[in-house]
Write a protein that binds this ligand. Structure first.
Ligand SMILES: [Zn+2]
Ligand SMILES: [Zn+2]
Length: 107
């Protein structure tokens, strides 16, 4: 029986999030979906603290951006000196993606 079987992957750029109950309607590309997945479908999220002030962000690159703007514009992007503490916390917006995984969606 091959009826209903589709060879293309279940998610294509421009589609919404395939997780049941998730309201993301459109993900522009793989990066967009990955970013979204980290925010909504991972139970534990990391919070990145600036090493020089109380600034904190969910995304590492935001801390680099902030650091270059506020503290040292000469620092190389991605330099570990920008990141202070990394705090892990429970994701309040978590939507359980079961039985999907990001790997399965992007395969
Ligand atoms: Zn989603
Ligand atoms: Zn700072």
């Amino acid at each position: 029986m091959t009826s209903g079987y589709r060879a293309e992957r279940m998610w294509q750029p421009g589609n919404g999030c395939p997780v049941h109950g998730c309201r993301l309607r459109v993900a522009r590309d793989v990066f967009d979906l990955r970013r979204h997945w980290k925010e909504k479908h991972e139970e534990i999220i990391a919070m990145f603290h600036c090493s020089a002030c109380p600034y904190v962000a969910k995304r590492k690159y935001r801390v680099f951006q902030h650091y270059r703007l506020r503290h040292n514009s000469n620092v190389i992007n991605g330099s570990p000196e920008c990141i202070g503490r990394i705090e892990y916390q429970h994701n309040k917006e978590f939507i359980d993606p079961q039985p999907l995984t990001l790997e399965a969606v992007l395969r």
